[in-house]
Design a protein around this ligand. Structure first.
Ligand SMILES: Nc1nc2c(c(=O)[nH]1)N=C([C@H](O)[C@@H](O)CO)CN2
Length: 119
């Protein structure tokens, strides 16, 4: 069981996302909160970035993916990003929250959150 965590919180990106016709003509702001299980001890012992999850590299990969995505549902985007991180960065367990803060003007935020894998 991996008890340690690397976090990416409040990662902002504009995306083509939404169900309705008007949403297919614009981009809208999204916010990503990502929690990833790992064992930080090898990196801490060696003080070596190559031995941990590089939050900068993962952030850039997520932003690149989101920029070329065009899903209707934030659920679909959450699943795609989970698969990307697990496959490309060897993450065994993660939690991802995708927020679409402008979607319901009367709400402070709307979001979906998923957990995938085993820690
Ligand atoms: N659970 C979800 N509900 C809704 C979504 C979504 O992605 N997941 N999307 C919409 C529309 O695109 C909305 O954002 C327009 O304001 C509605 N409900």
């Amino acid at each position: 069981m991996k008890l340690d965590r690397v976090f990416i919180e409040g990662l902002k990106a504009d995306a083509l996302i939404g169900v309705y016709d008007w949403e297919r003509e614009i981009t809208q702001p999204l916010v990503f909160d990502i929690e990833m299980a790992t064992d930080i001890r090898p990196a801490a012992e060696q003080d070596d970035l190559n031995l941990t999850l590089d939050y900068y590299a993962i952030s850039q990969a997520v932003l690149k993916y989101v920029a070329q995505s065009s899903f209707e549902l934030i659920e679909s985007l959450a699943e795609a990003i989970a698969a990307l991180i697990m496959n490309d960065f060897g993450v065994s367990w993660l939690k991802i929250k995708v927020s679409k803060p402008g979607a319901v003007p009367e709400a402070a935020n709307v979001a979906v959150q998923i957990e995938r894998g085993n820690d």
